[in-house]
Write a protein of this length. Structure first.
Lengths: 266, 179
């Protein structure tokens, strides 16, 4: 009898102590807005030397082009005319543009053409707000946001409302934080990465119903035109950062989960 | 595996008479029932897509096509077919302002290569297109569009003799009907 009593008591005891806590996570979506490189990357030293060597090899191995043959023929003809100065065979020889003339004209045109500078104004002043910086690299938009006690640099993120898909949330957040001046193309409907974080315990309510943390789904977007409107911003400041600068400014766990879906550059 | 391309569009129509879809879909073979969901992928697949690469510089273009093929093979994306299209020869004349005197004249050729990609899941597709966009060399443009019947027809050189004979036959009153 005692044994049975004890067993029943232990059963009741065990069920009353373990309250099954449902872990509720908030769903947030963030926008990974990137400005793709505008110009191709400049070659590093090894690549420059190798490409020079390759072009030299190609030049040595190649046959003469039409232009070079024409030039040689012209030179020969001029020599012949000098020796047989009485014979003037071709009447329209003066009007034909010789190969040398053509070469001179084209080199003149090439020298007159000015290339746009690779290093823009924004690079020199180091203006982190502008999209024209670092034309060779990817630029990622990060925004200064205050989460509870800390101010950190993160990608624009926000909570998902009821009845919205995560992609619609992402579009709404981009509009809210960056204004409608920005023209953007979202690449696809699927998120590209996830970051999980728990809310710090001291700011949590005591009731067990509120969520213990949030899962942030990242959506990739490409910047087409425009820039962030600084006045409408809910967060206070924004920056367009290259990859190395990202590593410095973001927290390490955040950077680890982000770097998985960002195309890295050497 | 390579799809055998017949030399003439008429031959192709004889060999594959009942081919309503333009790529060869291998996810449903004749030995598997249509209602079976097991083998089919849960992620929506794209229709056959054509990656069209155009450029002025021929070796760069060919190398880029090789690179795209390598990337797709690496990502387990099925490449159905790859073909070249005859180049477009352009003659550009620059006039002096407000006159018809030619300032300079340039002759350029726009070369083109096409790669057909089949059964691309939409999630992989996103990443694939982004990687290709980042890897684009200078002077090369990449367009992606769905494969259409007209593009298939454009690949074949029209048989002028046959067309002439056909028009003559029509003028004469159509083919004679034997009873």
């Amino acid at each position: 009898m005692n044994l049975i009593n004890n067993k029943i008591r232990s059963c009741c005891f065990s069920t009353s102590v373990n309250i099954i806590r449902k872990h509720k996570w908030d769903l947030m979506s963030a926008v990974c807005l990137e400005r793709k490189p505008v110009i191709t990357k400049s070659l590093n030293d090894i690549e420059v030397n190798f490409s020079k060597m390759l072009s030299r090899i190609e030049f040595e191995k190649s046959y003469k082009s039409e232009h070079e043959m024409r030039k040689e023929a012209d030179v020969l003809r001029a020599e012949l005319l000098k020796h047989k100065s009485a014979e003037v065979d071709d009447i329209d020889q003066g009007t034909i543009q010789t190969a040398q003339d053509f070469e001179d004209a084209t080199t003149d045109e090439y020298n007159k053409f000015t290339f746009m500078p690779r290093v823009t104004e924004a690079d020199k002043i180091k203006n982190f707000n502008s999209v024209d910086r670092m034309l060779e690299n990817h630029l990622l938009l990060v925004v200064h946001q205050k989460l509870w006690d800390q101010k950190i640099w993160i990608m624009p993120q926000g909570l998902r409302m009821d009845g919205e898909t995560l992609l619609q949330t992402a579009e709404r957040i981009l509009k809210d934080t960056c204004g409608s001046n920005l023209r953007v193309k979202f690449s696809g409907n699927a998120p590209c990465g996830i970051y999980k974080f728990r809310y710090p315990k001291k700011y949590m309510d005591k009731n067990t119903d509120s969520s213990i943390g949030a899962k942030v789904f990242f959506f990739k977007a490409q910047h087409i035109a425009g820039n962030v409107e600084a006045e409408k911003l809910t967060a206070k400041s924004f920056k367009w950062l290259g990859r190395k600068e990202l590593e410095k400014d973001l927290t390490s766990e955040y950077y680890k989960s982000i770097s998985q879906f960002l195309i890295d550059e050497d | 595996r390579q799809s055998s391309v017949p030399f003439c569009s008429h031959a192709r129509k004889l060999l594959y008479p009942l081919a309503p879809h333009l790529g060869q879909h291998r996810c449903s073979s004749i030995y598997e029932p249509d209602y079976l969901e097991v083998g089919k992928s849960k992620i929506p697949l794209h229709n056959p897509l054509n990656l069209q690469i155009r450029g002025y510089d021929f070796p760069v273009l060919e190398n880029f096509q090789r690179y795209v093929h390598k990337i797709a093979k690496n990502m387990d994306i099925e490449i159905e077919d790859g073909w070249a299209v005859p180049p477009q020869y352009l003659q550009v004349q620059r006039f002096k302002p407000q006159s018809t005197v030619i300032d300079s004249e340039y002759k350029m050729a726009v070369y083109e290569r096409n790669i057909q990609v089949v059964e691309l899941p939409s999630t992989v597709g996103e990443i694939f297109f982004e990687v290709l966009q980042t890897a684009l060399p200078e002077g090369v443009t990449l367009t992606v569009h769905e494969h259409t019947e007209e593009q298939e027809e454009n690949r074949y050189i029209p048989d002028n003799e046959l067309i002439e004979l056909k028009t003559k036959l029509e003028e004469l009153g159509g083919p004679s009907k034997k009873k």
